[in-house]
Design a protein. Structure first.
Length: 262
C-alpha cells in the first residue's frame, strides 16, 4: 500500500519550470546528439576534426597553453565540480535540516554516471594525439583507451554548474540572503562551460565534435535534472523531520523570510 501511494504521489508531481519551456528543445538536443554520433560513425566531419586539431596544434604558444590548462580545470568533475557541489549540498542539508540537498547531489552524479560513461565505453573513440592507432578520429577506433566521445569535461560542466547554482540559491535563501541575480546566474551557468568547451578543444584534449556532443548531451541532462521538484519528492518520514523541504521552491518575494525549522 505504501509503495502504491508513493507511485501515485510521484505521478502527481509538477515538474519545475525550465527555459525555454516545453519538451521541444529536449527533443532537438536528443536528435542532434544521435545525428552527430551517426554522422561520425559514417565518417562525416572527421576531416573537420583533423583540421581543427592541426590548426590548434600550430597556434598554441606556451603562455596560451598554460593559461588554457588552468581554465580547463573548471570542467574537472571529480576534482573540482563534485567537491564544490558536495560541500554546498552538505552545508544546505545542515542548515535546512533536510536530506533533500543530498538528493540533488546524488541526482547530478547518477544522471552523468549513467549516460556519459556508457557512451564513452560503447563508442570508444581515440583521443586526438593518440599516435598508437591508425585513425583515432574514428568511432570504435580504440577499444583499449578510447574514451574521447563525448567530452565529459564539457557535459559535466553544464550539468554540475546547474547543480551548483541550484544548491547555492537554496543556501542563500535559507540564510535570508538576496537571491542570485539573473546576471550572476547566467554567468555561472554559461561562462564556465563555454570556457571548458574552448580550452578542451584548443588544448587538443578532444576533437571539436567531442566538445559539441558534450555540449548537446550536457544541456539535455541539465534540463532533465532542472525539472525535478526536489522539495516535493515523496520521502518516508525521517527522524527530526529531515524529509522537510529545503526551500528550493520558496518564492523570490519571500526569500528573506526565515523558514521555520521544527
Amino acid at each position: 500500500m505504501q509503495l502504491t501511494r508513493t507511485v501515485r504521489q510521484i505521478a502527481r508531481l509538477t515538474p519545475r519550470p525550465v527555459r525555454p519551456a516545453g519538451w521541444w528543445l529536449d527533443g532537438v538536443l536528443l536528435v542532434a546528439t544521435a545525428a552527430l554520433t551517426l554522422a561520425l560513425a559514417n565518417g562525416v566531419f572527421l576531416d573537420a576534426d583533423i583540421a581543427v586539431r592541426d590548426w590548434v596544434d600550430s597556434h598554441r604558444p606556451d603562455v596560451a597553453a598554460i593559461t588554457a590548462e588552468v581554465f580547463n580545470k573548471l570542467g574537472q568533475g571529480g576534482q573540482v565540480l563534485m567537491p564544490v557541489a558536495g560541500l554546498l549540498a552538505a552545508a544546505l542539508a545542515w542548515r535546512a535540516r533536510s536530506v533533500r540537498p543530498v538528493l540533488v547531489f546524488a541526482g547530478g552524479f547518477l544522471i552523468t554516471f549513467a549516460t556519459i560513461g556508457p557512451m564513452k565505453l560503447l563508442l570508444h573513440r581515440g583521443y586526438p594525439h593518440n599516435d598508437l592507432i591508425p585513425h583515432p578520429e574514428r568511432l570504435f577506433s580504440d577499444p583499449a583507451e578510447g574514451l574521447a566521445y563525448p567530452s565529459g569535461h564539457v557535459a559535466n560542466a553544464i550539468v554540475w554548474y546547474g547543480v551548483i547554482t541550484l544548491l547555492l540559491a537554496g543556501l542563500l535563501r535559507h540564510l535570508g540572503r538576496p537571491d542570485i541575480s539573473p546576471a550572476v546566474y547566467r554567468t555561472i551557468r554559461v561562462a564556465p562551460p563555454a570556457i571548458v568547451f574552448c580550452t578542451t578543444t584548443y588544448l587538443g584534449f578532444h576533437w571539436i565534435t567531442d566538445s559539441i556532443a558534450g555540449f548537446l548531451l550536457g544541456l539535455l541532462l541539465s534540463r532533465l535534472l532542472s525539472r525535478v521538484p526536489w522539495d516535493d519528492l515523496p520521502l518516508p518520514a525521517l527522524p527530526n523531520g529531515f524529509d522537510r523541504p529545503a526551500i528550493f521552491n520558496l518564492p523570490a518575494e519571500t526569500a528573506d523570510e526565515p523558514t521555520p525549522v521544527s
